[in-house]
Design a protein. Structure first.
Ligand code: LLP
Length: 416
């Protein structure tokens, strides 16, 4: 976060003014700080150093190849959830033996691709999936490592859409069924059932849900006399978007270390948001300012298709002008919205906001995770460009899509 700040009245990422980038590359524009990415990765690494964990960055949070490469270079493994993410991860040069693969719906093709690549292990989410991986491994004459993803039925106290550990959620396997799997593991002749996976949710600000889940897991390991090679704790560490007070990586590690010490297995972590969330921002340009009876609408060129989190979860993202021109505020509450034809298309709602006008730039903070990776072409809007800043240098790491890109995969079919 410290790498995004005002110097005098201009907003900077590291040593580069965002106005310069917005001018050169246009908006909507994602901008990432190299230093913050590496710092955040190392914060987790340091906090858990006692356990020498394999930190598998969660690719879904931001899958730009360059970001993956930066983290792989730092020693990260990768957590993938699809054939596409596996493909990108291999292209980023990660060793297959540092890839873990979760998802409730791995297809035959995806399982095959992962087995052929030689990933570290699958995080398995159901009995039919387990049987399927065993069957495909047998066909390929391979033996696969499998961690059973446990649904511990704890409340991670986060938004309901990113809660994954309650019994009504689709993820993981309940303790009773997991016990049955481990006691009948001989029937999976091509699997090493040698891990347990937990991923209880995302944007979790306290250690307690993790502790509750780990206690259940420790009881489970003892009761079922299981030997593990891997304990995968998933991701989920919360960050500051607004006035949250999330635990630091260090206090989180301290809180759960006594429990982890009771589990004799290699620790795997799968952070996404913690590394990327506050490593990126989204620059937008004001198109119009519209004064309505009860509100002022600041209409930008950046919309829900670029950053879906406010629309989907009513997530709060701080929004600030790129240049502090005036100390004046709009009198009415301000909605910062995009041009998309949906009432749910907003970046921020009912804000007290600095006076801005058409042509001014704004920046949406905390947009590095689940920003670009969840963006779409809705309303036939080309997806944004992405820039990485490193000190006083900057690099375009993804081109802005063009109108041609929008039709590149639509087929021209005769006779219809
Ligand atoms: N491991 C697994 C198996 C996951 O499903 C996820 C995220 C992670 C790790 C990384 O979680 P993190 O450290 O980033 O919390 N789109 C939502 C977040 C969805 C998270 C999905 N799974 C958002 O924008 O808040």
């Amino acid at each position: 976060m410290h790498e995004f700040k005002y110097k005098k009245n201009k907003f900077y990422c590291e040593d580069v003014a965002l106005e310069k980038l917005a001018g050169e590359f246009k908006t909507p524009l994602y901008v990432y700080s190299h230093k913050t990415i590496v710092d955040h990765f190392n914060k987790i690494k340091r906090a858990f150093s006692e356990f020498k964990p394999l930190i598998c960055y969660s690719v879904k949070s931001n899958a730009n190849l360059n970001i993956l490469r930066i983290l792989v270079k730092e020693g990260a493994g990768l957590d993938v959830v699809s054939g596409g993410e596996l493909y990108k991860s291999l292209k980023a040069g990660v060793k297959p033996s540092k890839i873990v693969y979760a998802s409730v719906g791995k297809t035959d093709e995806e399982i095959q691709e992962a087995l052929k690549a030689g990933i570290l292990f699958f995080n398995v989410e159901s009995v039919p999936e387990l049987e399927n991986i065993n069957r495909i491994a047998k066909k390929l004459k391979k033996k696969a490592n499998a961690a059973i993803r446990i649904n511990p039925d704890v409340d991670p106290e986060t938004h309901e859409y990113i809660t994954t550990s309650k019994k009504e959620n689709k993820f993981g396997i309940d303790l009773k069924a997991a016990g049955e799997i481990f006691s009948s593991m001989d029937k999976y002749e091509c699997l090493n059932l040698n891990g347990i996976h937990l991923h209880i949710g995302s944007q979790i600000t306290k250690a307690k849900p993790y502790k509750d889940a780990l206690k259940k897991i420790i009881g489970f390991i003892k009761a079922n006399k299981i030997n593990l090679d891997y304990i995968n704790l998933g991701g989920g560490l919360g960050i500051v978007y607004d006035n949250e007070k999330p635990q630091t990586a260090e206090s989180f590690a301290k809180a759960i270390a006594p429990l982890l010490r009771k589990i004799n297995a290699r620790l795997i972590l799968e952070p996404g948001r913690f590394i990327m969330g506050n490593s990126g921002v989204l620059a937008a340009k004001v198109i119009y300012v519209k004064d309505a009876p009860t509100k002022t609408f600041v209409i930008t060129d950046t919309a829900m298709n670029d950053l879906m989190r406010p629309s989907l979860y009513r997530a709060f993202h701080a929004i600030v002008p790129l240049r502090k021109k005036s100390r004046l505020y709009f009198k009415k509450p301000v909605d910062i919205v995009g041009p998309v034809c949906e009432t749910g298309d907003f970046l921020g709602k009912s804000r007290k906001f600095h006076k801005v006008e058409g042509g001014d730039f704004l920046v949406v903070l905390g947009a590095g995770a689940y920003g670009f990776s969840m963006s779409s072409n809705y309303n036939a809007r080309p997806r944004a460009a992405e820039v990485l800043v490193k000190g006083n240098k900057y690099y375009l790491i993804r081109k802005r899509e063009t109108y041609q890109d929008l039709i590149a995969t639509d087929l021209k079919v005769k006779g219809i």
